[in-house]
Design a protein around this ligand. Sequence first.
Ligand code: ZN
Length: 292
Amino acid sequence: MADDRLIQGMAGNGDFRIIAAQTTNTVETAREILDLSPVATDALGRALTASLLLARLLDKHLRNQYVTLRFEGDGPLGVMIAEGTVAGAARGFVANRVPEEGALDVGRAIGRGMLTVVRGTPPAGKPYTSQVSLHGSGIAQELTQYLDRSEQISSAVLLGVLNRREGVAAAGGIVIQAFPHAPENAVAAVEERIREAPPLSTLIEKMPIEDVVAQVLHGMDYKQIDSSFNVPLSYTCSCSRERALAPLALFGADELREMIDQGGTEVVCQFCGRKYSFTPHDLAALSLPHDA
Ligand SMILES: [Zn+2]
């Protein structure tokens, strides 16, 4: 299978900016690592794809920007987090990866609640955070509203994940951004193309993402930007031993003492399952008062 990638283009004589991603392998890796049920795969797969698309869409030439999408709905999946970077790394987490109710659609599996979008550029720079209500309408719909209300970006967001018994057969997404100068009839034409298009994931199963976008936007003068600007995408976690240790420093002296007495502790990364073991010696170093 072809490598996951993000591509960019323009349509309608520069009235529209297009960002699209093929994320089949990324979502399949998430499914394997996090042991996700089909509905959790559908939901997190869309969210991971969206975080990668938004990191690119909202990038102001910062190059190492990340976007974190935190879904806190009242649906059976519980809290779901997806994080993507401009460089193409995505990782995620679902609190309840195997909900008891089967055959739910993604909108209901997430439910109503709050979506928090954080974007920033580590390590310096204050992250920019905004919140919108979740209406249980599905991730593409919720993000279209977020872009409209919080970023003043008029857009259409398409996301899809196709699960088969043996795993993820196709996943990806397209964001079509209408620039303010886009004439109304052109916007209407794009909306019609989107309504007419077959489900995105079935297109991605059949053809490369380049052809999928060209088909969805047929007759709209779509042109892909040179493929040297493509970004390879993957499920990649940025955790490290130092970062795993840092939260332990916040524990009180008694709690640290207990961990030391128990012969150390282990921290498991919620995004990738990597395990970090800390010896009593490591923990004792944390509890020492720092020199002024
Ligand atoms: Zn990790």
